[in-house]
Each structure stands twice: as structure tokens, then as C-alpha cells.
Design a protein around this ligand. Structure first.
Ligand SMILES: [Zn+2]
Length: 99
């Protein structure tokens, strides 16, 4: 039977974190740091996060990002000043096929 590969995260005291792809049967608590060769410890928390869907993960990243670097609105967004309900919202809309 095929041995599935999985990505594991390790933390080197000197260099910080790195990922290693290993067959699941060879996943160990420790690995050699690819940069300095020191022993690195496996981080057990992160892999569980990868079981959530990509969309949920992206949303969580966005939420985290907005906490640290919120996007500040300095002007009224263009959509607000665009033509009213009868005007084209986007130039490409005029090229849509009409029935
Ligand atoms: Zn290292």
C-alpha cells in the first residue's frame, strides 16, 4: 500500500519554522533543520488547522490580516459614485449578449 505524504512543521531554535514533507509512517517528533543542521522539534498544533477547508482558511487569514493591518478607507469607494441603477456598473457589462 502506498504511504501517503504529509507536510509537517518543525521549529528550529536558531532558524525558526520550516516545513518537511514526509511519508506518514516516517513522521517523527524531531528532524534536522535544513539550514543549520540542528535538531528541530515538530510542531503539533499546525497540521490540524489544515483539515479546515481552503475557503475557511483564507477567511481566517483575512481576519487575522485585518486585525494587524486594517485596510483604511480614505475616500468614498468608486461604486458609491457610479451611475444610478440604469447606468452601466462596469464597462464590460455593455458587451454582454442581449436576448
Ligand atoms: Zn536551523
Amino acid at each position: 500500500m502506498e504511504d501517503p505524504m504529509a507536510t509537517y512543521e518543525f521549529t528550529c531554535r536558531r532558524c525558526g519554522g520550516f516545513d518537511l514533507s514526509l511519508p506518514m509512517s516516517q513522521a517523527a517528533a524531531r528532524a534536522r533543520c535544513p539550514r543549520c543542521g540542528n535538531e528541530a522539534r515538530r510542531r503539533y498544533t499546525a497540521p490540524a488547522l489544515r483539515t479546515i477547508s481552503a475557503g475557511l482558511s483564507r477567511a481566517a487569514d483575512l481576519a487575522d490580516g485585518s486585525a494587524e493591518r486594517p485596510r483604511v478607507v480614505r475616500a468614498i469607494p468608486p461604486a458609491v459614485t457610479a451611475p444610478g441603477p440604469m447606468g452601466p456598473a462596469h464597462p464590460l457589462q455593455a458587451r454582454l449578449p442581449r436576448s
